[in-house]
Design a protein around this ligand. Structure first.
Ligand SMILES: [Zn+2]
Length: 457
């Protein structure tokens, strides 16, 4: 544990609150500055104007590639070896640059890093369990924040409005007796609710605090929001809040969960795709279409729907055609009544290693697996698939005690068997809760087959 954290957890509640205020202020200074303002205003000024997306992207791309060549040993050598001449004549020429694999980024981390000052660090899970280090500049961070805020702005949410965030951070010391599972960050008028303490015993306090705070938007990890919502619904407790929008992050949500959140919190849900490596964001507009914020970079879809990410705001650890491990389907539509000119993403099909490997090597992704609870509506709250061997799947499910009947269990086994075929060994277990990861995330799929084996299939 870092010194900062040790001090925090040994401090009394009131000091912890003060440290949260300070930390929030430091983050604020980092994330909201002149570069943020400039990009945010540009995005607003551009509205309603006709833009040539491809031309704009090509210009940003060439500027970025020139930067990579000048400041990163890895890219300089890569471009020289493959005779990449800059500037590229068109976006299609990007395909001549070799793909950046996660393994390369991990093994050659130092050489990919640029020689400029990029003090912000993000750690992200590598494919083999080792973590990747990705550096950013303050300006990268600010541009990213501008896009995120612009996305919220399109849904009527502005910086400074009362905001409730469900976070995976541990905010509460072990010994704390008072039922205060949140900390206030006044710089952003943000009340941080930790999802680590959510349980049937504590949820009534969360609900009371939400009702009292009256957030104008809710964001953060949906698994926490969902647990609170389920409890409220089951016990007939009304949330009196009327936020303008809910913005889930980091975890996938199913259509049922989305409907539940909208019903209980009385607000529409708008989803987004982002990553800790710094991929360009894809975010839902009021017409529920997912637009790529094309000013931030380029997403190419290759085989099996896998995406390659080129991100213009990664000046510390540049990502050019980076195989991030996620999957998308691009839409054929090119027009949206909201006026956003960015390419439309039909669906986000899977994140990272969120798939199950069938016997024949076929992969089944999140979208399909999330749907299983649809067959047994309202009697299963949450599920998790764990795969450690190719011929075996462990299926954990949280039954809704008041609704789940013995015949449902039979039905469930039938559905699983149909999904996985006759050869797969299926271990289905009812559980009280799906355990959280260290990050606070609850995963739908835990793929534990060693990476090399899964890849070979
Ligand atoms: Zn739109």
């Amino acid at each position: 544990m870092k010194l900062k954290e040790r001090i925090y957890f040994r401090s009394p509640l009131v000091v912890q609150q003060l440290l949260t205020v300070l930390q929030g202020y430091l983050f604020y200074k980092q994330r909201y500055g002149p570069v943020y303002e400039q990009r945010f205003n540009e995005l607003i000024e551009k509205e309603g104007r006709t833009v040539d997306v491809a031309a704009e992207q090509l210009e940003s791309l060439n500027e970025f590639l020139a930067f990579c060549k000048e400041h990163s040993d890895y890219y300089k050598e890569l471009f020289d070896t493959h005779q990449i001449t800059l500037p590229l004549p068109d976006l299609d020429a990007l395909k001549n640059i070799p793909i950046l694999e996660k393994e390369t980024l991990r093994a050659e981390n130092e050489r990919v890093h640029t020689d400029i000052h990029a003090p912000l660090l993000a750690k992200t899970g590598g494919t083999t369990g080792t973590s990747l280090h990705v550096h950013y500049t303050k300006e990268d961070m600010q541009r990213g924040m501008a896009h995120l805020d612009y996305f919220k702005y399109k849904h009527g949410v502005r910086k400074g409005m009362r905001r409730a965030s469900f976070t995976g951070q541990v905010l509460i010391s072990k010994g704390q007796k008072k039922p205060v599972y949140w900390r206030m960050n006044p710089s952003l008028n943000q009340l941080l609710f930790t999802i680590k303490q959510i349980s049937p015993r504590t949820i009534p306090y969360y609900i009371a605090r939400l009702n009292e705070f009256k957030p104008e938007s809710i964001d953060g990890m949906p698994s926490g929001m969902i647990e609170v919502a389920r409890y409220a619904k089951r016990h007939g407790i009304r949330l009196t809040i009327r936020p303008r929008a809910i913005f889930p992050t980091a975890e996938m949500i199913t259509a049922e969960e989305r409907a539940l959140l909208e019903e209980v919190y009385h607000a529409p849900v708008f989803d987004q795709y982002a990553s800790s490596e710094g991929a360009p964001i894809v975010a839902e507009c009021p017409y529920r279409r997912k637009h790529l914020h094309y000013e931030m970079g380029i997403i190419e879809v290759i085989e099996e729907g896998e995406i390659l990410v080129t991100s213009f705001d990664t000046h510390g650890t540049p990502l050019v055609r980076y195989r991030i491990g996620d999957r998308m389907t691009m839409s054929k539509e090119t027009f949206c009544p909201c006026g956003h000119p960015g390419p439309i993403v039909e669906s986000i099909d899977g994140r990272g290693r969120s798939f199950l490997l069938m016997e024949d090597g076929h992969k089944v992704f999140e979208g399909e697996l999330a749907g299983i609870v649809r067959i047994l509506p309202n009697c299963i709250e949450r599920v998790q698939y764990i795969q450690e061997r190719q011929k075996e799947v462990t299926f954990l499910y949280v039954p809704d005690q008041s609704r789940f009947k013995p015949e449902h269990e039979k039905q469930l086994h039938f559905v699983l068997r149909r999904l996985f075929g006759p050869e797969m060994k299926i271990n289905a277990h009812p559980v009280e809760v799906i355990p959280q990861e260290a990050s606070g995330k609850t995963l739908l799929i835990k793929q534990k087959i060693p990476h090399e084996k899964a890849r070979a299939n």
